[in-house]
Design a protein around this ligand. Sequence first.
Ligand code: SF4
Length: 377
Amino acid sequence: MDLTIISTFRCNSKCQMCYIWKNPTDPREEISAETLSKLPQGFDNLNLSGGEPTLRTDLPDLVDVLQPKARIMEISSNGLHPERLLPIIKKYPNIKVRFSLEGDEATSNRIRGEKNGYATKTAGLRRLREAGGTDLGFAFVVQDENVDQLLLVYEYARKNGFELSTSTLHNAWQFYKNDNYFYDRVAVARKVEDLITAMLRTSNIKSWFRAYLNLGLIEKILGHDRLIPCTAATDFAFVDPWADVWGCNVRTDLPMGNLARQSWREIMDGEQAAGTRAKVGMCKQNCWMVTTARTAMRSTVLPQLPKPKPFAWVVKNKLKLLVGQRIRFDDYVDYSRVLASPYSPRSSYLLNREKVSLVRHRSTTDQRYPLKVFENR
Ligand code: SF4
C-alpha cells in the first residue's frame, strides 16, 4: 500500500532529534532512478524522503520515475532548497510536499540547527503555491521544547492555507539515534489534546482523522501500546539509500531484500520478508510515526477510507463537539499509567560547528547501522 524511499542520508539541517546529518551517505552509493524504476505501479502513497531529498541532483529523475507509480506522491523535505522543488511542482502540481517546521522562528531554527531555516521554508512554501502546488504543508515533530507552540503553528498553517502533519520523538535506525526520550511525558501529551480538539472543530474531514492520528501520538508519548496493530512489511515498507528494503524504519532486524539485486516480487514473496512479517506480529514497540501510523489507520481494501476504529472515534467526538460537549480524553487515555522516561538531554546544533564528512564504503548492515537497538517505550 505505502512505501517510503529514503533517497539519501545526506542532510543540510542539524536536528537535535535526528542524527542523519552525522552519517551522510556517499552519493555514488545512493539508490538510482534505474533501480527505483523496478518498483511496480499501484502504490497508494509513495514518500520520497531522506536525509534531505533536494540534495539529490537527480531529484527530478527520481520523481519522473516514481510519480506515475502512486495515487499520492509525497516529498518530505527540510525546505531549505525550495527552488529545487519549483520545477517539480510546475510539472506535477498535485505532488504532496511537507517542509519541516518546529515552532516559531527561534524555536524551529534552534531545534533543527538551521540558521535561516524558518524564513526560507515559510517563503518557499508560498512560492510552491504560486507555482501551482495543491497539497502543501508543514511537518512538526512534537517534543518538550516546542509543544507549547504546536497550536500556534497549526493556526499559522491553516491561516495560510497549508496542512500540518505531526509526529513525535522516536528512536529509529532512520534517525541514527536511540536516546530520544521526553522530559515530561504528561505535560507534552496534555498539550497535544488541544490540537486534537482544534482539528476536530474544523469542517475538514482530513483534519478529523489527523485528530485521531494525534490521539495515537498521546499514547506513544506516554509509553502506552499502539492504538492500532502495526502492519509493517505487509502494508508498508521502507527502502534505504543502499536499496535495502525494510519492514519499518525502526528495527534493524526486519530486512526484506534488496531492490538493486532482486525484483519487487522476489522481495515480497521471499523467505526473508516472511520471517520479517512474523517478527512484526510480535513486535512490542509503541512507535507511532506518521508514515506508518496513517497506513495502519486506513482500510487495506480502499486506502482512501479509514478502518472502523478510527472512524467510530472520529464520529463520536465530532458529534460531542457539535453539541457543545468537551472531549473527555481521560476516557480514552490512561494518564495514571505513564512509563518512566530515562533522562537524556538534547541540545541545539545551531551554533555548534561540528563537521561531518561522507562515510564511505559501508558495505554491511553493521557498518551502515552501528547502533543496534532502537527502543520506543
Ligand atoms: S511496531 Fe514494530 S514493526 Fe511496527 S513499525 Fe514499530 S518497530 Fe516497526
